[in-house]
Design a protein around this ligand. Structure first.
Ligand code: NAD
Length: 483
C-alpha cells in the first residue's frame, strides 16, 4: 500500500477526495500485468465519513423530496449517459477485468438497462389497504419506505454491471448509498459514479469508498448507522457479513458462490447442448457465480457429448479481451490464476482425466486454457468446491435419480441446467434441483424481472424484479381509528 500523490477515488458528500490515510494501490490490467491507475485505500474513518454523509442525505430527504417523475427521469438519464459513454466504458471494463470486449459491451448495455427497469418502478411502488377487524371503525394501510442507508458491496467479476444491479434498485427504493467496488476493479465504478452525479443525483445520496474488502467492507458491516448491506461475493465473506452485521440487525441481501450442476439426458440435442454447456462454464473465464461447473451426462450420450464439448472448448480463442476475436480472456489476478491451477492439479491427482486444456496459455498475463476434466470422481474437490475459473468437471451417470441426488449434494444452490428433448423430464429435473435459477436447454439468460439468488449457502434474498426492489424497503402498517 503506497502513500504519496494519492488518488481521488473516494466520493463523500459530493466531493472527490483521497483516503484520509493518503494510502493508495494500483489497479492492474490482468492481460498485461500493467498498472491502470491508482485507487485510494479507504479505511474505517473514510467509511464513517461516507456513512455520515449518506445518513444526512437520507434524514434531510435530499433524494426523496425530489418529485417522483423527476427521480425516474434521473435514472433514465443515467441509462442514457451510460449508453453515450458505452464504448469507453466497455474498453475500461476489459482493461480492469479482462473479459472479451463483446461481453463488456453487453454488460455495459445491461447496466444501463438496469436504470431504465428500476427507474420505471419509481412512482409505482405502493402499499396495500384492507379491512381491520369487523365493521368500519378503523382504516388500515401499508406504506413502503426505503430501508435507509444501504452499503452496496460489489465483486470484480462483473464490476460495472453488478454495481448497476445494486445501485438502480437502491435509488429507485429511495435509499442513500455507499458503494464499495472490489479492490481489483474500482476504476470503472468511479466512472459510473461520475455519471450518476452528472445526471443530478444530489450530493450525499451516492458515496463511493474504494479500498480493501477486509478494511472498507468490514467497516461498513460493523458500522451501526448502516441499515442494509447488499453484497455479491464469496460465501466466506457472506458469512463474515452475517456475523458483523448482528450488532444492529442490518438487513442483508447476500448473492454468494455457486457450483451449478448441469444434467444432460441421453435424448438431449448435442448440437444445442454442447455449445451452451461450454458457454455456461467458459464465459468470463468461468468467473461467474452461476457457471455450470459440474456436468452429469447420461452414459448413452457421455462420450459423444464430451467429444463435442472438448472440441468446442479447445477451439475457443483465448487472448487479450481488447482483441475483437477473443472469446475468453485471462482470469482476474495472480492469486486467482494460482488457485485455478491448483484445483486442476488436484482434480488430476484425485483421478479425473484432462479431456482438453489444463495448462497456462502464453508467458504473461493470467491466461488459462479452457479445461475439461472427464470422469471426475463425484466427491473430488473439483466437483464439490467453487473454482471460479475455466474448468468443467464431468462424469457419466446411469440413473437420473442418482444425478439429481448428486446435483443437490452441494452446499450451494445458486443455479442449474438440464438438457433433454423430453418436456416432462425437463420440468421434473427443474423442480428437483434445489437452486434459485434453473435453465432448460440453455445457460445464462436472465432478465431484470427474473429474481436471481441462491438456496442454501448461495445466499439470502433475491436481486431483480419486485423482490429485488422490496429488499431495499421496509413495510409499515398504519391503522387509524375512524370514530
Ligand atoms: P469476495 O467475497 O472476496 O469479495 C467480494 C466483495 O467483498 C469485494 O468488494 C471485496 O472487497 C469485499 N470484501 C472482502 N472481504 C470483506 C469483508 N470482510 N467484509 C466486507 N466486504 C468484504 O469475493 P470475490 O472473490 O471478489 O468474488 C467472487 C465470488 O463472488 C465468487 O464466490 C462468486 O460466486 C461470487 N459471486 C456471486 C454472484 C451472485 O449473484 N450470487 C455474482 C457474482 C459473484
Amino acid at each position: 500500500m503506497a502513500t504519496g500523490a494519492g488518488a481521488e477515488t473516494l466520493l463523500i458528500d459530493g466531493i472527490w477526495r483521497n483516503a484520509h490515510s493518503g494510502g493508495h494501490f494500483p489497479s492492474i490490467d490482468p492481460a498485461t500485468g500493467d498498472s491502470l491507475g491508482e485507487v485510494a485505500a479507504g479505511d474505517a474513518s473514510d467509511v464513517d465519513a461516507a456513512v455520515r454523509s449518506a445518513r444526512a442525505a437520507f434524514d434531510e430527504r435530499r433524494w426523496l423530496s425530489i418529485p417522483y417523475p423527476q427521480r425516474a427521469k434521473i435514472l433514465f438519464d443515467i441509462a442514457d449517459r451510460i449508453e453515450a459513454a458505452a464504448d469507453e466504458l466497455a474498453v475500461a471494463e476489459v482493461r480492469e477485468n479482462g473479459m472479451p470486449v463483446a461481453m463488456a459491451r453487453a454488460t455495459i448495455a445491461n447496466g444501463a438497462q438496469a436504470f431504465r427497469y428500476f427507474g420505471g418502478w419509481i412512482g409505482k411502488i405502493h402499499g396495500q389497504t384492507g379491512e381491520i377487524g369487523a365493521g368500519d371503525a378503523f382504516h388500515g394501510f401499508t406504506l413502503k419506505e426505503p430501508v435507509g442507508v444501504a452499503a452496496l458491496i460489489v465483486p470484480w467479476n462483473g464490476p460495472f454491471m453488478l454495481a448497476c444491479h445494486k445501485l438502480a434498485p437502491a435509488l429507485a427504493a429511495g435509499c442513500t448509498v455507499i458503494l464499495k467496488p472490489a479492490e481489483d476493479t474500482s476504476l470503472n465504478t468511479i466512472r459510473l459514479a461520475r455519471i450518476v452525479e452528472a445526471a443530478g443525483v444530489p450530493a450525499g445520496v451516492l458515496n463511493v469508498i474504494t479500498g480493501l474488502g477486509s478494511v472498507v467492507g468490514q467497516a461498513l458491516a460493523d458500522h451501526p448507522d448502516v441499515d442494509k448491506i447488499s453484497f455479491t461475493g464469496s460465501t466466506a465473506t457472506g458469512r463474515r457479513l452475517i456475523e458483523a452485521s448482528a450488532g444492529n440487525f442490518k438487513r442483508l441481501s447476500l448473492e454468494l458462490g455457486g457450483k451449478s450442476p448441469v444434467i444432460v439426458l441421453d435424448d438431449a440435442d448435442i448440437d444445442m447442448a454442447a455449445p451452451a454447456i461450454v458457454g455456461g462454464i467458459m464465459s468470463n473465464s468461468g468467473q461467474a457465480c452461476h457457471s455450470g461447473s459440474r456436468l452429469y451426462a447420461q452414459r448413452g450420450i457421455y462420450d459423444r457429448l464430451m467429444a463435442a464439448v472438448a472440441d468446442i472448448a479447445s477451439k475457443l480463442v483465448v487472448g487479450n479481451g481488447l482483441d475483437e476475436a477473443t472469446q475468453m480472456g485471462p482470469v482476474i489476478s495472480q492469486v486467482q490464476f494460482d488457485r485455478v491451477m491448483t484445483y486442476i492439479d488436484s482434480g488430476v491427482a484425485e483421478g479425473a482425466e484432462v479431456a482438453t486444456g489444463g495448462r497456462r496459455r502464453g508467458g504473461s498475463g493470467f491466461f488459462i486454457e479452457p479445461t475439461i476434466l472427464s470422469h471426475a470422481p463425484a466427491d473430488a474437490r473439483v466437483v464439490r468446491e467453487e473454482i471460479f475459473g475455466p474448468v468443467l468437471s464431468a462424469m457419466p451417470f446411469d440413473d437420473l435419480d442418482w444425478a439429481i441426488r448428486q446435483a443437490n449434494a452441494s452446499r450451494y444452490g445458486l443455479a442449474g441446467a438440464v438438457y433433454t428433448t423430453s418436456l416432462s423430464k425437463a420440468h421434473q429435473v427443474a423442480r428437483a434441483i434445489r437452486a434459485g435459477t434453473i435453465w432448460i436447454n440453455t445457460h445464462r439468460p436472465t432478465d431484470f424481472w427474473t429474481p436471481f439468488g441462491g438456496y442454501k449457502e448461495s445466499g439470502w434474498g433475491r436481486e431483480g424484479g419486485a423482490e429485488g426492489l422490496d429488499a431495499f424497503m421496509e413495510t409499515k402498517s398504519v391503522i387509524a381509528r375512524l370514530h
